[in-house]
Design a protein. Structure first.
Length: 153
């Protein structure tokens, strides 16, 4: 649902009030405190970046994009990271996917220490999304971000 919503009105460019953000925030707010839906706003942010970069509104390199450092992005990333610290869900089936989205966001945001904590938890369990966004080879992108965060680059 978030991926499809993110694709709406791609031609209009960046829009901090885009409906995908509202939907993801609403779903996260409606969920119980320990629900992994707390990560949904991070996924929405990454999906919107994917769409904007593919349409040429954002750089193809997520590190070169301001998409991850705006006020909304910082608030979303902080809330999701704080949720992870409190409720890390080892048994949840989407855990590694969610951790990859959060590690990607923290890497793009320039929050190396927070990204490092996530990369240590992820280990070598990379998921293609979001590391492939918008049209990148996910394996080198993951490895470079992981090495940068862990100081092994």
């Amino acid at each position: 649902m978030v991926g499809r919503l993110a694709e709406r009105r791609a031609d209009t460019g960046p829009d901090p009030l885009h409906e995908v953000y509202d939907f993801a925030n609403w779903a996260a707010e409606q969920a119980p405190a320990d629900s992994p839906l707390a990560i949904l706003p991070v996924v929405a942010h990454a999906e919107r970046y994917r769409v904007l970069a593919a349409a040429g509104h954002e750089p193809a390199d997520p590190l070169a994009s301001g998409h991850w450092i705006g006020r909304r992005a910082r608030l979303v990333m902080k809330a999701a990271f704080d949720w992870w610290l409190e409720w890390d869900q080892d048994g949840h089936p989407r855990r590694l996917i969610d951790l990859n989205f959060l590690a990607h966001a923290k890497s793009c945001e320039g929050r190396g220490a927070e990204a490092a904590a996530l990369f240590l938890r992820i280990g070598e369990h990379m998921t293609p999304d979001p590391w492939s966004y918008p049209d990148r080879d996910p394996y080198p992108a993951f490895r470079a971000a992981r090495a940068g965060a862990l100081g092994t680059a």
